[in-house]
Design a protein around this ligand. Structure first.
Ligand code: SAM
Length: 367
C-alpha cells in the first residue's frame, strides 16, 4: 500500500465492521485514495464502487477493486512481472526530472522506472493486466522513494530505503467483481445507483492531492509534462481544472453536504478530523439530514511529516510542529435501526480499535 496522507490504515477495520454490521452487500468508497477501505469492503464480500479524481487512484482501484483475481492467469502475471523486473534501466523523463533535477528516487531506480513504464505502455496498454502492472510499478517506486510520504518536497539526504533496488511484486489481488470510477464524487453519485453503505473521506485542507502526489500522476499518465520549481511539480498543478471544491474552505462544506444528502445509500459514514474546516457540530448537523447520527472519535497520530518536524532548505530543524496527535471522527448516519446495528457490530469486533475515545450520544434528524 502506498504512503498516503489521510489514508485510513488505523480505521479501516472499524469502517468495514460498520459496513458488515448493516449487512452491506453493495458499497461505495467515494474518495478512495489508496483504495484501502474499498479493498476491505470487497474482502468482506461487498460489490464496491471506488471513486476518486486522481489518475493513480483510478489505476489502484482498477487493480484491487475492478480486477477479479479469480479471472486471472496467475502464472502468466508472475511471468510478466519477472520479465519487467529483468529489464535493464534506461534513463528518460522520469530519471531526468525526478532523480536528477529533483531527488525523489535514486537515478539507478529512476532509470528502471523509465524502462519498465515504457515496456508496460508498449506491450500491455490494451490488455487486462495493464492496471495490475502499473500498480505493481507504482508500489515498487513508493517503496524506494525519498520523501516523508508527500511529494511537495523530497528529503535533503537520501532515505535509507531509497538505496534498495526497485523491485516489482505481484499485487495482492482480491477475488470478485467491483468498479472503479475516475471523477468528481459529486457527479459520480448519479451513476453509482443505490448502495447499502457509503464511505466519504474527502480532503480536509487547501493542498491538492494532485500536487501532493504529482510524481504518481505523471508515472501513471506518462505524459512528460512541463514542470516548475525545486519539487518539479506538474505545470497543470496550478490549473483550476486540478483544484477540488474540497480544497477550499468556502466550498467544502456545501459540496460535502450535497453528497451526504443526495447519495442513494442506506448507511453513510463520513470521515473528518479535528483539523478539518468542518467542525464537530457542523458534521453532525450535516449528517442529521439522513436521519439518526452517531459520532465516533479516535485519537490518532498525525501524518509522518508532522512527526519529523519543520526544516529549512539546508535540512536544519527550524521549528517544531504544534501537535503530533489529532482526533479522527466518523459520523455514522441513516435510519436509526441500521445505524445502531452497524455500531453494535463495531462493538462486537474482537480487536478493539486503537485510539477509540468514544461515541457521542446519537441524535436524530428529520427522517
Ligand atoms: C483523505 S484522501 C482519501 C484517503 C482514502 N480514504 C485512503 O484510505 O486511502 C481524499 C481523496 O479525495 C480525492 N479527491 C479530491 N477531490 C475529489 C473529488 N471532488 N471527488 C472525488 N475524489 C476527490 C483525492 O484525490 C484523495 O485521494
Amino acid at each position: 500500500m502506498i504512503k498516503y496522507l489521510g489514508s485510513k490504515r488505523r480505521l479501516v477495520q472499524a469502517i468495514a465492521a460498520l459496513a458488515s454490521g448493516c449487512g452491506a452487500t453493495t458499497a461505495a468508497d467515494l474518495f478512495t485514495g489508496t483504495t484501502r477501505v474499498a479493498q476491505e469492503l470487497k474482502r468482506r464480500g461487498a460489490f464496491v464502487t471506488a471513486v476518486d479524481t486522481a489518475t493513480y487512484s483510478e489505476v489502484l482501484a482498477q487493480c484491487y477493486i475492478g480486477t477479479d483475481a479469480a479471472s486471472l492467469d496467475h502464472a502468466e502475471l508472475a511471468e510478466v512481472i519477472a520479465e519487467l523486473n529483468a529489464l535493464p534501466g534506461r534513463s528518460g523523463y522520469f530519471t531526468e526530472v525526478f532523480c536528477e533535477r529533483s531527488r525523489y528516487l535514486r537515478p539507478e531506480n529512476g532509470a528502471r522506472v523509465d524502462a519498465i513504464r515504457d515496456a508496460i505502455e508498449e506491450r500491455y496498454r490494451t490488455q487486462h493486466l495493464y492496471p495490475v502492472l502499473l500498480t505493481s510499478l507504482l508500489e515498487a517506486a513508493d517503496r524506494v522513494d525519498s520523501t516523508t510520504g508527500l511529494q511537495m518536497a523530497y528529503l535533503k539526504k537520501w532515505a535509507p530505503r531509497a538505496w534498495n533496488p526497485l523491485l516489482l511484486r505481484v499485487p495482492d489481488l482480491l477475488a470478485g467483481p467491483g468498479r472503479a470510477i475516475r471523477g468528481d464524487a459529486r457527479h459520480a453519485i448519479a451513476s453509482i445507483g443505490p448502495v447499502d453503505f457509503a464511505y466519504l473521506d474527502p480532503p480536509y485542507n487547501q493542498h491538492r492531492y494532485f500536487t501532493n502526489y504529482h510524481v504518481w500522476e505523471t508515472l501513471i499518465r506518462w505524459d512528460a509534462p512541463d514542470h516548475y520549481g525545486i519539487a518539479c511539480k506538474r505545470a497543470d498543478s496550478r490549473s483550476p481544472a486540478t483544484r477540488s471544491e474540497f480544497n477550499s474552505r468556502l466550498t467544502m462544506a456545501a459540496a460535502l453536504g450535497e453528497i451526504v444528502s443526495n447519495i442513494e445509500a442506506t448507511v453513510v459514514v463520513v470521515s473528518c478530523n479535528d483539523e478539518s474546516w468542518l467542525g464537530r457540530d457542523e458534521l453532525v448537523e450535516m449528517c442529521a439530514a439522513r436521519g439518526h447520527v452517531e459520532l465516533l472519535e479516535f485519537d490518532s497520530k498525525r501524518y509522518v511529516g508532522a512527526q519529523i518536524g519543520i526544516h529549512d532548505l539546508t535540512g536544519r530543524k527550524v521549528g517544531s510542529v504544534s501537535h503530533l496527535r489529532n482526533l479522527e471522527r466518523l459520523a455514522v448516519c441513516g435510519p436509526r435501526a441500521e445505524v445502531l446495528c452497524a455500531l453494535e457490530a463495531l462493538r462486537r469486533q474482537t480487536e478493539p480499535v486503537a485510539g477509540a475515545v468514544g461515541t457521542t450520544p446519537g441524535r436524530s434528524g428529520s427522517s
